[in-house]
Write a protein that binds this ligand. Structure first.
Ligand code: ATP
Length: 213
């Protein structure tokens, strides 16, 4: 199921709604109201209702939303039926942390390969993931039908890696390097620079520190 023009932020929140709903489901509840979801995610009930309207879901006024039904619907929108395969490029501290953290978290997204240049890291598995030499990236990505690449190499290497991933035919890239990348419009790019995020927090922490002295 593919919904055209779903805002990026809505897609992000759908993933958060599903996580919150799964937690609620384990508490043996069958229905949930928009204000309950909103409370868990620290957003407004209007936001929740607006997002769910965009995916064509309306709850029962008296009982709220059917949790199981909503989890299933979000799955049909966010996931693909067969699941998607993911590769991590750069098996340094960050690449390893990502692989270990993500392991077993989502059954429709599987990290099946990692790539590196360091001979000591290649041809041995890491946490169940096979590690290949970067030179075989295009071949392995095509052969195993990998559709998403996560970039965790040093910044100066990132543009070449992105180019290789595009050539190999991936449909999405998550860039963890601080180097902004260019990709063609048919590849979805998400950039996450941890250092900028921490600096942003540090800036507001400093401001609050001064304000509440
Ligand atoms: P380590 O010290 O174990 O290498 P690190 O996190 O300090 O870890 P970084 O310098 O950030 O290492 O590099 C991240 C990883 O990216 C390393 O494993 C490195 O070997 C790898 N790497 C560097 N250049 C490339 C490249 N062109 N292609 C693939 N992997 C690369």
């Amino acid at each position: 199921m593919y919904l055209k023009n779903l805002p990026h932020k809505t897609v992000e929140r759908l993933s958060q709604y599903r996580r919150a709903l799964l937690l609620t489901l384990s508490k043996e509840k069958t229905h949930v109201f928009s204000h309950e979801i909103a409370l868990m995610l620290h957003i407004t009930p209007v936001q929740v209702r607006r997002d769910l309207m965009l995916i064509g879901y309306s709850g029962n006024l008296r009982k709220g939303y059917d949790i199981k039904e909503l989890i299933e619907l979000i799955g049909r929108i966010v996931d693909t039926e067969k699941g998607q395969r993911v590769a991590v490029i750069g098996l340094g501290n960050l690449g390893k942390a990502f692989i270990s953290y993500f392991k077993g978290k989502r059954n429709k997204l599987t990290i099946i390969a990692a790539f590196d240049v360091n001979p000591e890291k290649i041809n041995r598995g890491f946490d169940g993931v096979t590690v290949y030499h970067i030179n075989s990236l295009v071949e392995v990505v095509k052969k195993h039908n990998i559709s998403i690449g996560i970039i965790t190499v040093p910044a100066d290497q990132a543009p070449d890696i992105a180019e290789a991933l595009v050539e190999a035919g991936v449909k999405g890239i998550l860039n963890y390097s601080p180097k902004p990348l260019n990709v063609p419009p048919y590849v979805y790019l998400e950039e996450y620079d941890m250092i900028t995020s921490l600096e942003k927090v540090a800036f507001f922490a400093k401001k609050n520190d001064e304000r509440f002295k």
